[in-house]
Write a protein that binds this ligand. Structure first.
Ligand code: IPM
Ligand code: MG
Length: 357
């Protein structure tokens, strides 16, 4: 039976980088006889422009039926002034919540070939390999009530609600403990339990779960300290688990430790292991259409998709090996350029990965 991949290029550099990943997927499909079928659909600003809805019914429908989804990026200044429900980001958030993609895996890995790209000293980051497990369908991103209201004195007040149910904490905790078991067996849960009740509960549930995973060493850290420790001594971390908003912030920070956010993939999974895969970097509207974007994060996301949602380990490893080969060859897009590198365009980078395959 053919397996169905939905491509959602989205906005900004999204279409350029997804096109390169699609080329690679077609090649790997032939090479390993994977029987993949491809469809595409609109999301984000592209969908707003076409049908005035950041997440059209047709897109959601295709997403529900897909075995896996590869997304480029959404958003850009063109749509910034729109009301909240008409923002491109609503397309992405709607996909996450409708498909219940609660587990967001964001690795931050320093590629040895790119060690000089980090703004931190080589000895602080060399060998860095952290996995951030971010809860993705709850917390303050989705909590009700939310909005802007008018007070009696006529002043306006904005409000959001930070909520987590026990069951939501437990299921993301399990994903994180299991990830830690597969890796260095260390899990750090990040919260703000000195101030926020919701994260007091978070900490309690994580402690509870620990007894089911006696081989994993659990620690806790307040989010402000975690932000500091990530730049002070990032190699102390193996797996980090945290809520939606803290995870949003810390994963950008962790990505930048590697100096190359253009290299980092992510996976968002539900309990059926159906997944949406996307680069961590966003739509980069300032360089869109210039052939400058780095397609490698999207190509590595495609590898992650083959591994986690389609069970095609060999094909995934082949893509990763090809990426390593082009890095060894010194090929660099602008974001990871260094003195010794050879500067290539988005398209040339995609072609080089194809050739390496
Ligand atoms: C991310 C992004 C999104 C988020 C935006 C685009 C809604 O920053 O995936 O980290 O905040 O989750
Ligand atoms: Mg973010």
């Amino acid at each position: 039976m053919s397996r169905n991949i939905l491509l959602l290029p989205g906005d900004g550099i999204g279409p350029e980088i997804v096109a390169e990943a699609e080329k690679v997927l077609h090649a790997i499909n032939n090479k390993f006889d994977l029987n993949l079928g491809f469809e595409s659909a609109l999301v984000g600003g592209a969908a707003l422009d076409a049908v005035d809805n950041p997440l059209p019914e047709d897109t959601l429908d295709k997403a529900r039926k897909a075995d896996a989804i590869l997304l480029g990026a959404v958003g850009g200044p063109k749509w910034d002034g729109l009301p909240m429900e008409k923002r491109p980001e609503k397309g992405l958030l709607g996909l996450r919540s409708n498909l219940e993609l609660f587990a967001n895996l964001r690795p931050a890995i320093l590629y040895p070939q790119l060690a000089s790209a980090s703004s931190l000293k080589p000895e602080v980051v060399s060998g860095l390999d952290i996995m951030i497990v971010r809860e993705l369908t709850g917390g303050i991103y989705f909590g009700q009530p939310r909005g802007v209201r008018e007070l009696e004195n006529g002043e306006r007040e904005g409000y959001n609600t930070y909520v987590y149910k026990e069951s939501e904490i437990r299921r993301i905790g399990r994903v994180a403990f299991e990830a830690a078991q597969q890796r260095g067996k260390k899990l750090c849960s990040v919260d703000k339990a000195n101030v926020l009740e919701v994260t007091v509960l978070w900490r309690e549930i994580m402690n509870d779960l620990q007894s089911e995973y006696p081989d994993v060493e659990l620690s806790h850290m307040y989010v402000d300290n975690a932000a500091m420790q990530l730049v002070r001594a990032p190699k102390q971390f193996d797996v980090i688990v945290t809520g939606n908003m803290f995870g949003d912030i810390l994963s950008d920070e962790a990505a930048m430790l590697t100096g190359s956010i253009g290299m980092l993939p992510s996976a968002s999974l539900n309990s059926e292991k159906q997944g949406m895969y996307e680069p961590c970097h966003g739509s980069a509207p300032d360089i869109a259409g210039k052939g400058m974007a780095n397609p490698l994060a999207t190509i590595i996301s495609a590898a992650m998709m083959l591994r986690y949602s389609l069970g095609e380990e060999q094909a995934a490893a082949a893509i990763e090996a090809a990426v390593n080969k082009v890095l060894d060859q010194g090929l660099r897009t602008a974001d990871i350029m260094s003195e010794e590198g050879t500067r290539v365009s988005t398209h040339e980078m995609g072609d080089a990965v194809l050739a390496a395959l």
